[in-house]
Design a protein around this ligand. Sequence first.
Ligand code: KIV
Length: 295
Amino acid sequence: MTRHSIHKLREWKAEGRRFAMVTAYDYPSARLVEQAGIPIILVGDSVGSVVLGYESTVPVTMDDILYHTRSVVRATSKSIIVADMPFMSYQWNADEAVRNAGRLLQEGGATAVKLEGGSHIIPLVSRMVQVGIPVMGHLGLTPQSVNQFGGHRVQGKTPAAAAKLLHDARALEEAGAFALVLETIPAELARMVSERVSVPTIGIGAGPHCDAQVQVFHDLLGFYDDQRKLRHAKRYAVVGEVIRNALADYAAEVEGGAFPTMEHAVSMSPGSLAELTAANPHLLDAVVLAEIGTI
Ligand code: KIV
């Protein structure tokens, strides 16, 4: 089974076919995403917040993304796997950036990489594309710059900021990016970008006019009941509650002696048990006798 091609995404846009992308970070989550028929999985650096317990994506490293990408790749055979380039894996120098992007494909098995940023990364995107590394762009609220933005703030609200974002989107397309994530920008701006580039725009908190949408696995599924108040996220399930209740039931049954029963156990054959107790009569205590009785 071969994976979907990144070129399909541009065709889907031309046909007006919308699609979903979702993050996944490990074998079970990626299996479920692919089984749900979602064609593109992002091994996002959001792993830092929703899996590793960091306050932002800034501490996430190349080793983290490589580790999680490998598990996602092992779990899937059809989905396009996009690996996020972590903070400082591509800002430091261009040679190192290309090498790190290459590692995500070569060692991680990713189909493509995603980089945050606009005009300042255009030469880097061109270079990656030239050496055969498919690149997804990411504009708007780019979480690796959260300290620079002073928090998770809507981007592209002023005419100047909106014009710059439109310019950056076109420049990324020209540099060869195959898709663009637009995060937390006004819906009107996302629509303008989507109408002006031929590659798909993938929105998160960018309104309904993008060609595709992306959401974070744990936000969609309601893993956390103290969920960050995210206006852009919709919960399609409350999986955290289901898991917590199931774990509490398990613990209560163990503590109360209701689990396990002989239904969940294996028994020695009557012959082996008889032979054992004949050779070791001191083992013939009440428990063993009772067991023999139940066999
Ligand atoms: O890391 C991530 O999950 C992302 C999405 C929010 C687009 O970059």
